[in-house]
Ligand binder design. Structure first.
Ligand code: J2J
Length: 542
């Protein structure tokens, strides 16, 4: 298995990133230990009535590291972490990091089909979930997972575990244990994140301690986090963005307090902002709209908020312009990707840059190219494909040579799939994208993946899934269907997607039946052109 930075970055680059002080040989386990030593009594995590100090989080992570090793999981092996925004998310990932075991992050919305794919492609040996969340019983998923994927031996459940090991038992066992975890090497892979999955199934993204901690350190600095900051994790923190840009991990790196909201809705988040005097939060554009609608009428005192970050999908300038007047905060645009490159507008940037652009890269060593179809640089200010490499952008997906051949150039640039322009100041303006996925409120959906599932339905002859502009979601998904025999109801096909064990956000928002894919979209053209023609057809009708 290819799990070291040496195999991810060529040695000359690794040396350069170390010499520049980007990679400092820290690990997740070591930075938590240092913070806990520096300010043991400071509150690290708040969720509901739970308040853990840095010392407590540190001790829990130690206990879990021992418990996980005693359960027979070995350093370098992978454990799927399938948890909502609860404190145990953080204690278990730090426990895994300390034991040198790799978390593989799944979103709470993922269901058996996705988890099975992650377990197979990451050869996972364990699965951690909460008993229930949002009405869904994750123990049932765990049972199914164990029957489908033989490598998954250990299941740990927060709450009532039934036949599985309870999280409390795991931690108690670890507290009583003398096992000494061997600290992981900073240049090795610390965890696997999942890709947005533009073509078919999600790919696994290997990130090292060195490279990711560099982004946490710089993100916390760029976002102005320090010991007085209170960062709210409102979006699901398994997402790379609320995890790391600066996210909950960046906030803990900076010694800030992390407040976890069970949901990003104003009803859940606003009272918590008042109670905990939250200063920073990251949102996706549709949520920003909801917050801006709710803020003027709320009884909650939101005056502690200083910075609201918005990223994950394009923020329209006319919305961006209203942020400061409506919420009384500084807007920070964030354009990033789980594969690496993250751009931020800086807090003291001129207002127009904050409103009109998606920021500039974290690092002076982020190499950013904007190229045409032939791979040649376009003149400054013109739109082109964004390619990038740098000290925290991966050089390849985990165990996936065919995706790597498509997604990376020979000299190691990642093809982001985004179409961007650059301003004279080096700021990026996202124009669109070349890949065929749907960015539904920041959740990336692969058209191909959903088409494959629709095609498995006996009454579907052909299917094309496209993104349609949507006032609230930014984009919504529309499935064009040519029926086989009698047309099923749209609702039946939506239910079909659910029954295939997929995340709810992948269920098409709209189903449109057509007799054929029309002359423009005859079989000669690629799926991509077909989707473009159908999208144009529907948008023209609107
Ligand atoms: C337009 N498109 C954007 C933006 C991401 C920080 C922030 C976001 C992510 C993320 C992340 C966008 N405007 N402001 O991991 O650390 C689209 C682009 C990009 C893709 C990556 C982070 N911000 N996008 O969203 O891996 O198309 O990461 O390539 O989920 O989201 O998606 P993802």
């Amino acid at each position: 298995m290819t799990l070291t930075a040496q195999q991810i970055w060529p040695e000359e680059f690794a040396q350069r990133y170390r010499a520049a002080g980007h990679w400092r040989g820290e690990t997740f386990g070591s930075y938590l230990r240092e913070r806990a030593a520096a300010h043991p009594e400071r509150v690290a995590i708040v969720a509901g009535d739970t308040r853990w100090t840095y010392a407590e989080l540190d001790a829990r992570a130690d206990a879990l590291a021992r418990g996980l090793l005693d359960a027979g999981i070995k350093p370098g092996e992978r454990v799927i972490v399938h948890l909502p925004n609860i404190p145990e998310f953080l204690s278990v990932v730090f426990g895994l990091f300390r034991a040198g075991i790799l978390p593989l992050y799944a979103l709470p919305a993922h269901r058996i089909t996705e988890i099975e794919h992650f377990a197979n492609s990451g050869e996972a040996v364990g699965y951690v979930a909460a008993e229930r969340h949002d009405g869904f019983d994750y123990r049932a998923l765990a049972r199914e997972l164990k029957t489908r994927v033989a490598s998954v031996k250990n299941v740990f459940i927060v709450g009532n575990a039934d036949e599985f090991t309870s999280f409390d038992a795991l931690e108690a066992q670890g507290r009583a244990s003398n096992t000494e975890p061997v600290p992981p090497v900073p240049s090795t892979v610390a965890f696997l994140q999942i890709s947005g999955g533009s073509t078919g199934l999600s790919k696994l993204i290997p990130r090292t301690h060195d490279d990711y901690i560099y982004t946490l350190r710089e993100s916390a600095r760029i976002c102005g986090l320090d010991g007085d900051s209170v960062f709210m994790g409102a979006l699901p923190i398994a997402h790379n963005y609320p995890m790391s840009s600066p996210g909950v991990l960046g906030a803990l790196y900076a010694g800030s307090r992390v407040v976890l909201s069970p949901s990003p809705s104003p009803e859940a988040a606003f009272p918590l902002i008042e109670r905990e005097r939250v200063t920073d939060v990251s949102l996706v554009p549709p949520l920003l709209l909801v917050w801006m609608q709710a803020a003027p009428g709320t009884k909650a005192d939101l005056s502690s908020l200083k910075v609201v970050q918005v990223g994950g999908a394009k923020l329209m300038p006319e919305v961006a312009r209203r942020v400061r007047p409506t919420l009384g905060v500084t807007l920070q645009q964030v354009f990033g990707m789980a594969e690496g490159l993250v751009n931020y507008t800086r807090l003291d940037d001129p207002e127009e840059l904050i409103i009109q652009t998606q920021g500039r890269p974290i690092s002076e060593d982020d190499e950013v190219l904007v190229v045409d179809d032939q791979g040649n640089a376009v003149p400054e200010g013109e739109a082109g494909y964004l390619l990038t490499r740098g000290p925290y952008t991966i050089r390849g997906y985990h165990n996936n040579p065919s995706a790597n051949a498509r997604s990376f150039t020979e000299d190691g640039f990642y093809r982001t799939g985004d179409i961007v322009k650059r301003t004279p100041e080096g700021y990026v303006v996202v124009q669109g994208r070349a890949t065929d996925h749907i960015n539904r409120a920041g959740e990336k959906i692969s058209a191909e993946e959903i088409e494959d599932h629709l095609l498995a339905h006996p009454q579907v002859f052909d299917a094309a899934v496209v993104s349609i502009p949507d006032e609230y979601l930014g984009e919504r998904s529309c499935a064009f269907i040519i029926a086989q025999g009698e047309r099923p109801k749209g609702a039946v096909l939506k239910q079909w997607i659910r029954s295939r064990g997929l995340a709810e956000f992948k269920v098409p928002d709209q189903v449109v039946f057509v007799d054929s894919f029309s002359a423009t979209a005859a079989l000669k053209v690629s799926r991509k052109e077909l989707r473009a023609a159908l999208r144009a057809q529907l948008t023209a009708q609107d």
